[in-house]
Design a protein around this ligand. Sequence first.
Ligand code: SF4
Length: 192
Amino acid sequence: MKAKHWYDYLWVYAIIYFALGFFNILFAWLGMIDFLLPLFLAIFGGNKFFCNHLCGRGQLFSKLGTDLKCSRCKPTPRWMSSKWFRYGFLLFFLTMFGNMMFQTYLVAAGAASLREAIKLFWTFRVPWSWTYTGGTVADWVAQFSFGFYSLMLTSLLLGLIVMVLYKPRTWCAFCPMGTMTQGICKLKNKEL
Ligand code: SF4
């Protein structure tokens, strides 16, 4: 049997991260680790170590889909891993990320007020005010938390849906972080 490493249990961290968002939205900032670390490793290491070993979300899909048999294990539709879809989804995701940053900027500049809600699937606004006590931190810090958690939770839900419908890690076929790190690694290897 393969020896277990500490990072084989990062799926627990993924569960804790999403659970914390139900109690205190400011913990959403921890998600920046999942956002920056893969890019850092790809840019400086030229590898996908994050995807292969450190991604709690990917591990969670494997656990639920394979070990707990929550996946139908049907083949992933080919279009989902096609270039146009992966890059199209990345572009869409980055646009939504940019929009979230803009909302944060508006709050920081005093041009908009803090919205204590999350937006699921970029469409459905869900009240989430019990997770934050007004005035704890600067409004823009809280706004970023609500916006970033919305993105994280939406992508988790999308991942869970495709996990059930297709293979456990179908989300990885078009995950924006995976697409970005793969692109960076390709460029780095070309350079070398
Ligand atoms: S593709 Fe995305 S979800 Fe899959 S392992 Fe990489 S970062 Fe995690």
